[in-house]
Structure formats: C-alpha cells, structure tokens
Design a protein around this ligand. Structure first.
Ligand code: DC
Length: 230
C-alpha cells in the first residue's frame, strides 16, 4: 500500500499531537512533533545565554543554529522523545518558559529554514504524520492529507492547564489563557511562515468533539486518501 504524508496544523493546545500520535500508532507511521523541535531550540538558546524573558540575541542564534541536531527516539513505553544534540530533553521542553521562548525563536527565518530542512529529511520516505503550524503550507505542500485543527482559546487554555497540572506545575487559568492568546497572535502574525490554513486542508474544530469522534473523522479521511494515492 502506498505511504502518504499526513500534515496536521493548527493553533497551540488544540490537541494536534494527541490526534497525530494516535493516527501514527494506528496505521504504523512515524510521528513527528515539530513543536518539540522549536521548543528544543528555545532551550538550547536559553542555556547558551542567547535568550531570556526579555531579550533575544538574534545574531548568535542565527550563527549557531546549524549546530543544533534534533532527533526522535522511541522509549520503552513506545513514546517518541526528542533528543537535542544527543541529550534527551523531552521533559525539560514542556515548561511554560520554554514554550514562550519557542514561540519567539520560531519567528526567526534562519531557525525555520534549518528546522524545515530537518523535517523534510525525516519525511523523505513518506509514511509520516507530522504536526505543527506550517507543515501543509511550507514543509510538505505536497502532503496527501492536510488537516487544520482548531478549538476555542478557552477550551485550549483549560486543556493546557490540565497537562501542566499533571506534570506538577502550578499555574493559574488566567495566566494560561493569556499565554494561549499571545501565542495565537504571534503564530498568525509573524512574518516568516505564519500559521494559516492551506487551501486544500480539511478544517476540524474539535471544541465539542470527543477524542474518539475526532479520530474517526481523521481515520476516514486517511483511508480515503490512501485509497486514492493508489
Ligand atoms: O505546538 P507547540 O506548542 O509545542 O509549539 C511550540 C511553538 O513552536 C509554538 O509557539 C509555535 C512554534 N511552532 C512553529 O512555529 N512551527 C511549527 N511547525 C511548530 C511549532
């Protein structure tokens, strides 16, 4: 059976990774979380002193981005984890601080160019489900199935809050909602590859869908596209 590329784009915290991971597992494809890649770059820049809550040393980041090598490895539980130059940083990249930094470094052209290059290599053999903001528009404009996932900011803030709480982080709903809206704004309005729906993407609003309903919709679309890919 022909392998295809599934590109899942959308706002932060609308469940793209849950959706993408589950489909990849069900159909035996590789799953790539490109947000984790921007987060790992954010961590790398903070550790090197090129970024804090207020400033970003664009020149140093752009000069050194070629030294960032990212890969995903599957752990004993079958979950993909991200490695930054050989170090497992999966846990560290999930904090609010790293997430804010990721939203900022992802506006830099040199960072995007390098990560897009690495993402295209990961999907060169097809058989991949990739989620992010620019997968259907920039990374794989030729993807056979493109999804644009969306949900209301309030619902996404609540979901993000539940995730952070489960990890033991103490956060306020109000703070998370502000963060979600700020990131939406930056994702949609940045100059480099802003988040936008590809003309041929299917829109799924999952504000009122259960995970099972959402997966059924996705699986039907996948089966149709694999069928028509021959
Ligand atoms: O999906 P996420 O919240 O883990 O993404 C972290 C940040 O990275 C988010 O602010 C947007 C950015 N990002 C991007 O610009 N392009 C992608 N393909 C994926 C994420």
């Amino acid at each position: 059976m022909k392998k295809i590329i599934v590109a899942i784009d959308g706002f932060s915290s609308c469940g793209k990774s849950t959706m993408a991971k589950q489909l990849a597992r069900d159909v035996g494809y590789i799953y790539v979380d490109t947000g984790a890649m921007y987060r790992a770059v954010s961590l790398y820049c903070t550790r090197n002193g090129w970024m804090d809550a207020y400033n970003m040393d664009v020149e140093s980041i752009e000069k050194n981005i070629g030294a960032v090598h990212l890969e995903f490895k599957i752990n004993k539980q079958g979950k993909a984890e991200i490695f930054l130059n050989g170090e497992n940083v999966e846990r560290e990249i999930r904090s609010l601080e790293v997430s804010n930094g990721a939203s900022r470094v992802s506006t830099l052209r040199a960072v995007r160019r390098e990560l897009v290059r690495q993402q295209q290599m990961m999907g060169a053999e097809r058989g991949i489900v990739m989620d992010g903001r620019d997968i259907g528009t920039v990374v794989f404009p030729d993807a056979e199935l493109k999804i644009f996932l969306t949900a209301s900011p309030e619902i996404r803030a609540q979901r993000r809050m539940d995730e952070l709480k489960a990890k033991g982080e103490k956060v306020l709903y109000k703070e998370v909602l502000v963060n979600v809206k700020e990131r939406d704004d930056r994702d949609q309005n940045r100059k480099e590859s802003p988040l936008k729906k590809a003309a041929d993407a299917v829109v799924i609003d999952n504000s009122t869908l259960t995970i099972e309903e959402q997966q059924r919709v996705l699986r039907n679309l996948f089966d149709q596209r694999v069928g028509s890919a021959g």
